[in-house]
Design a protein around this ligand. Structure first.
Ligand SMILES: NC(=O)c1ccc[n+]([C@@H]2O[C@H](COP(=O)([O-])OP(=O)(O)OC[C@H]3O[C@@H](n4cnc5c(N)ncnc54)[C@H](O)[C@@H]3O)[C@@H](O)[C@H]2O)c1
Length: 390
């Protein structure tokens, strides 16, 4: 069975997430990186092509050339999907050109620079067979799958409250010029969009709350802040949440919490029981009850749901982490691509990838928090359009 052929835009030397994508995509041996535009700097682009591709001629100078030249290749050689791992301002342009040229898209979050672009992408996808996957990494963890399963099965009873936090400390520097390249563009409204912290990590927290809690956020009240007045975008966010199922919630996202690494954690409180999961200890899921002792569920155990088991690679006790969670999204995306080729039968495995629905919800959340905060911390309804499955 031939591997799924992947192209990449972004991810050149010194880039952050491109390298993680390559490791994750390669983990199960089902995906092969065949081409890309790794940097706008041609020297860096060629350097990446030489080290990453079996045919370095397939490191193209720009995206127009990438799509044009790949289209010319025989169907069994050409790229099947493109991974977009550039800063936020270019996601839309690359995605829409890819879809027009007949390629599937696996895109970094936030999906686009603004909501209007995600809505346009949705329109564009409506009459096309192309797939759109979104890199909401944390939904790939086995114990996140288990947490959602327990909520959906009703074990916790009616969901009453969700508290989700994503705290980092890497932007707690006084001056923007002390920041890394990654920090600089994230704080530039021309490259990042209307938000830094919410667009970068708050949107992951919102997605996790919606995924585990199985209900969309229906309204928000946000208070965004930045530690330095010269920063034009937020680096800290406190958001009150209401969900469509009437649950209440709190979302904390911060990049100025000194000493915090990637402290993403969530608590879900139901009428019968509660759960707690933390990304920094991802193999554990805690279930808490009013009338019996707390339970600790561990990844790799037989008692977990099928989805948690399918998304686990090693026996219990061997740490599985970020790259494996990412790889779970890639594995599901590769399955969906193969199903579309007709080379693999339909299975639910292909459903494990966030898509255009999550793209729109995420952009609504990002723009909504900025609007609510700027309006003086006002409640704001999020207009959740339910998108039909592709
Ligand atoms: N899912 C996650 O957990 C996660 C984590 C980190 C970053 N991200 C997202 O990934 C994206 C990239 O973030 P990063 O931190 O890796 O950025 P980065 O600055 O480290 O890397 C961006 C790369 O894209 C290249 N590039 C930029 N424009 C290009 C173009 N037009 N054509 C070709 N290459 C181009 C740059 O040269 C660089 O190699 C962002 O959208 C970010 O929000 C997601």
């Amino acid at each position: 069975m031939s591997k799924v052929r992947m192209g990449m835009v972004g991810g050149g030397p010194e880039a952050f997430i491109g390298q993680i994508h390559r490791m994750a995509a390669g983990l199960d041996g089902e995906i092969e990186l065949v081409c890309g535009v790794f940097s706008r700097d041609q020297q860096k682009n060629q350097q990446a092509g030489q080290s990453l591709l079996s045919n370095p001629d397939r490191a193209y100078a720009d995206i127009a050339t990438l799509f044009r030249e790949e289209q010319k290749l025989p169907a069994d050689q050409r790229m099947e999907f493109v991974a977009i791992v550039t800063p936020n301002d270019s996601h839309f342009d690359i995605a829409q050109q890819a879809i027009m040229a007949g390629f599937h898209v696996f895109c970094e979050k936030p999906a686009t620079f603004n909501l209007a672009e995600s809505e346009q992408l949705h329109q564009q996808l409506l009459d096309k067979p192309q797939l759109f996957g979104l890199a909401h990494t944390y939904t790939g963890y086995p114990m996140v799958k288990e947490a959602r399963h327990r909520v959906v099965k009703g074990e916790l009873g009616e969901i009453k409250k969700i508290v989700v936090e994503y705290s980092q400390g890497w932007l707690a520097k006084k001056f923007n010029n002390q920041l890394s390249k990654q920090g600089s563009w994230r704080l530039d409204p021309k490259r990042a969009g209307v938000s830094c912290c919410v667009g970068d990590i708050g949107v992951h927290a919102a997605n996790l709350a919606e995924f585990i809690g199985d209900s969309p956020i229906s309204s928000i009240l946000a208070d965004l802040d930045s530690i330095e007045p010269q920063r034009s975008l937020d680096d800290d966010a406190t958001v009150l949440l209401r969900f469509a199922n009437q649950a209440r919630g709190v979302l904390l996202a911060s990049q100025i919490s000194v000493g915090q690494e990637n402290n993403l954690r969530i608590q879900v409180y139901g009428s019968q029981g509660s759960l707690s999961w933390s990304q920094q200890e991802p193999n554990s899921l805690w279930l808490m009850w009013g009338d019996k002792p707390t339970e600790l569920l561990r990844a790799g155990s037989d008692y977990l749901c099928d989805e948690a088991k399918v998304n686990t690679r090693t026996p219990a006790g061997h740490p599985e982490g970020y790259i494996e969670a990412f790889a779970n999204l890639y594995k599901a995306f590769a399955t969906a691509v193969k199903q579309q080729r007709g080379s693999e039968p339909e299975t639910s495995q292909a459903n494990g990838v966030p898509g255009i629905q999550e793209a729109i919800s995420g952009m609504q959340f990002i723009e909504g928090t900025v609007q609510s905060s700027h309006a003086g911390q006002q409640w704001l309804a999020l207009n959740h359009t339910h998108i039909q499955e592709q």
